[in-house]
Write a protein that binds this ligand. Structure first.
Ligand SMILES: CC(=O)SCCNC(=O)CCNC(=O)[C@H](O)C(C)(C)COP(=O)(O)OP(=O)(O)OC[C@H]1O[C@@H](n2cnc3c(N)ncnc32)[C@H](O)[C@@H]1OP(=O)(O)O
Ligand SMILES: CC(C)C(=O)C(=O)O
Ligand SMILES: [Mg+2]
Length: 567
């Protein structure tokens, strides 16, 4: 039943910006931005249970190891764990020389004072002060006009500057965010930021950061890009200002908005691993970094141990990573569908001849992220011959000829339809063996002997076969061992068949090398397959032929005669 409150008329469209001379659509991203992880602050403040100091330390170590050079470590004036954590990384010397810690604070003096107390002894730090500037917040929350909101920002900027001056041993940098920027009129956003910039008087040598947040994502990313381009044009001392974007994901386009923000002139992005953060989350830095990586750009962020990153993320945030999460999810490199598997298998086998990664359906090489190729192709009822063939070759070294690929994939298709489940590589292997390799009934080959007549170019075979309670000695002649054996089977066992296809290859190495042979026969219009393996290639071929014959007998397509009967 429809919920009567469900009414789109309750909402109005987002405001766009009339920026007709926008330049960002013509730009491309050619280098990584300055990254700032806000996992320990924005991510943390959105958790059901905020991180303990121990969890924060684990997350910190991960972020440092991944290569982040700017890390917002908390809101130390807000809570004891945040304060204690900041003290811990400073007192225990856990901050590498090339990493700058950042902390967030409201534009309120007692909180700023506490923040500087928390940072005592830091070699360098970014103090990030914010206040809300949007129309809604001005009217409903702060009940102040534009001037009143500007005064809060300017006062906050002054306090930050004054407290910094009292602690000259630290190399300070300042950051300001007009919180709820995307809900703010652009002229006012620029005015507030410029007022703050004028207080700080940044220089190119000592720039400040103006961070423009989509605190709530309210528009399509192109509108956000217009806003960023407009701000970049209107900020004072642009050469001394690092423009940063901080996107959230309310409309599901947090990554797109940050990427377009870079096209529009931003220098820096704030975000979190896998996008953990308020409501629908922040910009997902893993995705954005991997998007760059997959374009041949050094992202500066090391995601090569993706499973370790996920483990730490889960432990610290008590959250899961969705199986479809870009680059990281358990299923994102997996193809179940037949045509995808076929294309992947063909591209992978040709990849060695390519100068760059060129594999259909796989935007990057899964092994770059520590993922195994076993995860790439998995088999269910949507899979065709490509997937089964891939598993047989990748896991076991069996290069099935095309007709057998088609036949065997139908065997596996039936298994998956019956079980209505994914078919594991182990089940594929067991079915392969029971269908073609371990088919020693009703007949099995015990021994054989070949005599070659060099003049006539023929082979005469004598083969001993067990089956149906008797031992038979078959003899036959042909232009090779297989045709000699085939002739003996036809004549002495009364099994009429046509040899359709024969393939073989070696498997294993050195003393363990085995011949694998694939035999396809036609019996009364029906196709049967057999596979033989043996160190001796002739033996392997004869076994394969007998396995194909056994399959025909088992299917009831032919009835062998007993010894003594004539064919
Ligand atoms: C978009 C973001 O992610 S912003 C970051 C949000 N993160 C957090 O809030 C997490 C940590 N925060 C906290 O624990 C608390 O907010 C504290 C401890 C910092 C402050 O708590 P409180 O003193 O109770 O204040 P609270 O945050 O509720 O703010 C209420 C008051 O501060 C004012 N205020 C809120 N934000 C700001 C700001 N950025 N600058 C100046 N004043 C502010 C409000 O107008 C309100 O004033 P009023 O009491 O006169 O009506
Ligand atoms: C504090 C600011 C930057 C923030 O997290 C937001 O606006 O989303
Ligand atoms: Mg935020």
């Amino acid at each position: 039943m429809t919920n009567t409150g469900y009414n789109f008329r309750k909402y109005r469209p987002f405001q766009t910006l009339n920026l007709t001379d926008r330049t960002w659509p013509n730009n491309t991203i050619t280098k990584a931005p300055i990254w700032c992880s806000v996992d320990l602050r924005d991510g943390n403040q959105a958790l059901v249970e905020p991180m303990t100091v121990e969890q924060k330390t684990r997350m910190w170590n991960l972020l440092v190891s991944m290569g982040f050079k700017e890390i917002e470590v908390g809101f130390p004036s807000a809570s004891q764990p945040d304060y204690d954590f900041v003290r811990k990384i400073i007192d225990d010397g856990l901050v590498p020389e090339d990493v700058t810690i950042q902390v967030l604070v409201q534009a309120r003096e007692h909180l700023i004072s506490k923040t500087f107390e928390a940072l005592k002894g830091a070699k360098k730090a970014i103090v990030h002060v914010y206040n809300s500037t949007s129309t809604t917040q001005r009217e409903k929350v702060f009940r102040l006009d534009r001037q009143g909101i500007t005064d809060i920002a300017v006062q906050g900027a002054k306090w930050v500057k004054e407290y910094a001056a009292k602690h000259p041993d630290t190399d300070w940098r300042f950051q300001y965010s007009p919180e709820s920027f995307t809900g703010t009129e652009m002229d006012f956003a620029a005015d507030v930021c410029n007022a703050v910039i004028e207080v700080w008087q940044p220089t190119p040598e000592k720039p400040c950061i103006i961070n423009l947040p989509a605190t709530v994502e309210v528009s399509t990313p192109n509108v956000f890009a217009d806003q960023i381009e407009w701000m970049c044009r209107h900020l004072h001392h642009r050469e001394a200002v690092i423009v940063s974007v901080h996107t959230h994901n309310d409309r599901g386009t947090g990554v797109a908005a940050s990427e377009l923000g870079l096209l529009a002139g931003a220098d820096r992005v704030e975000g979190t691993l896998f996008g953990n953060g308020e409501r629908t989350g922040n910009l997902d830095i893993v995705t954005m970094a991997m998007n760059l990586y997959s374009q041949g750009i050094d992202s500066g962020i090391d995601c090569s141990n993706m499973d370790d990153i996920i483990q730490t993320y889960k432990y610290c945030n008590q959250l899961e990573v969705h199986p479809r999460h870009p680059y990281a999810g358990e299923l994102v490199f997996t193809a179940f569908s037949g045509s995808h598997q076929d294309a992947i298998r063909k591209c992978l086998s040709d990849q060695q001849h390519e100068s760059h990664w060129n594999v259909a359906y796989l935007p990057i090489d899964p092994s770059d992220l520590g993922r195994k190729y076993e995860e790439v192709i998995r088999i269910n009822s949507q899979s065709g011959k490509g997937g089964v063939t891939y598993v047989m070759e990748k896991d076991h070294g069996y290069r099935l000829p095309r007709p057998l690929q088609i036949h065997f994939s139908q065997v596996i298709q039936r298994v998956s339809e019956q079980t209505q489940k994914e078919v594991s590589p182990q089940t594929i292997w067991e079915n392969f063996r029971s269908s073609y390799v371990e088919v020693d009934a009703p007949f099995s080959l015990k021994e054989y002997n070949i005599q070659r007549d060099v003049d006539k170019q023929t082979d005469q075979i004598k083969a001993v076969i067990d089956g149906e309670g008797q031992k038979r000695v078959l003899t036959g002649t042909g232009n090779g061992p297989i045709s000699a054996f085939a002739s003996a089977v036809r004549k002495q066992m009364g099994i009429e068949f046509e040899l359709v296809d024969y393939n073989e290859h070696a498997i294993g190495e050195g003393e363990d090398t085995m011949a694998v042979t694939y035999m396809q026969i036609r019996v009364n219009g029906n196709v049967c397959f057999g596979v033989g393996e043996n160190p001796d290639i002739v033996m392997a071929s004869l076994i394969a032929l007998l396995h194909a014959v056994n399959n025909a007998v088992k299917a009831g397509w032919v009835t062998p005669i007993s010894e003594g009967q004539s064919a």
